[in-house]
Design a protein around this ligand. Sequence first.
Ligand SMILES: [Zn+2]
Ligand SMILES: [Zn+2]
Length: 529
Amino acid sequence: MEEDELQEKEFFSWEEFSAFFDAWCERRKVLFFVKNSVPLSKCKWATAPPRPDVVEALKYSSVRLVCKDFRGSSKPDQGGQQKGCCASIVLKMSPKKDRLIVTECQLTHNHALCPIEFAYYFKKGYLMANSCLPVRTTNKISKQFVGGPDVRRLLSYCKSRDHGVLDVLTVLDGLFASDPSAKVKLVFMEDKVIVQTIFFLSSRMMALSRRFPLMLFFDRMVGLNEEFDLYSVLCVDGAGRGREVAYCLTQRETPDLLRFTLASLVQSVPEVKLQVRCITLGVEIAHLEAVKELLPNARVQICRSQVLETLFSKAQELGAAEDERIWPLLCRLAAAKSPAAYQQAVQEMKTILPQRFVRYFRRHWQPRSEMWVQFWAFETARNVNACELLKQHQRRLLAALSPSPTVAQCMLDLLAMQVGSEAHELDEGELATHYRAICKPEPAGLIEEELGFARHGRYRFQETAEGYLLHDGLSKFTMDQALTRCSCSIYTSSLLPCRHLFATRLRTGLALFDPGLLHRNRAALLGAC
Ligand SMILES: [Zn+2]
Ligand SMILES: [Zn+2]
């Protein structure tokens, strides 16, 4: 009897049962689904509760699986149609609370079993995946932006800590609690409750990308983790620093991250689409054609120093001799300031580097020379050194991230880094020196004093139609869009930049040293009479 094989059978984990049952269903071509279940994590106990590791392993105190043709078998016959099928299996935790036991099984179907239907509907691993969150929920929400209420709903469905999904959702819940307009996109692996990719940006990052959309940078962090990768999008703020405007955490080797990240960024901040003029990519980023489509006005550059390093190590890999001339030659190639200089370096390459390398170069780097050779791929405006900016960002990430973090921990670290970053970047002494160089001693002293208050922890900021609103816990102050004027008495009496202007500039990424801040009080300037 089939029943005998199952009745009273014991399993020491839900995983063990799922694997057994998948194979069992495959042999018999039967389709079952979970009709009701009671997760152990949600049980109340009159006596001592099971140990946490048992809760983790067994997952359920009871589960009822029914045939796919179940259809509420108590309903009356309609138009002579067959009643629903009664085949079912019940699994319960043993009284000793250490295993699951099949307590009921009824395996007679009132219909033929169809192998074609089985092949179509059967999904191996489905029972296991569903034990954390309903797979239909994760499939539905996948690749879409989620908000605070979505995350709370997912959290309420969450039955176990499997695959760190619960931890990720908890971090997202915290993010939305402090920043309800943050943007988050979650991608789950198809039919599994495993987070494949998370795209996220805070409202502050959105404000930065609106204010500084001209140049963007996109790169992967090297050496983060065995399991997942971190990609960041940066912009350049008013002080020439690289600032994060979006993050994407993803299982390693997920393809086409450039397209996914840029598309998600453009969906979050639509106005950047036409404003980006240049995007610099890390050397290993693929599918560059995505840029043309998503940022139609942007030219693509590839980080020159990374190309140089790649060429150098490839030359050695392809059998280049130890030759002191190779590195300077590659540098001349990358830094060529005219097409002729570039051509000449290519010619020289043929004499000192092996043929295999020259072929590799022709295939991979020659066609893209306009994206990395200095003559074509100039860094646009404001003396931004793209390579240095990407390197600094790598260093900041290395300092901020816990060693080999989980996805959830990595998100926490990244969010904490956002909060801490502006305070680190404020060098009051240096700024005061700049102001002293252009201002008379008395106004310079006043400005220095105000700079000291720029880091105030209690300030709350808000963007308005006219500019910015700052709340210091007692009063509110309004500032213009360009952040040169404030409604406070310090500014209105002195016409010198006040703590509120500095604090808001710090937060939005505008330069704190800006001679434009003194346009309305020229008498404060040295050399003025
Ligand atoms: Zn059936
Ligand atoms: Zn003010």
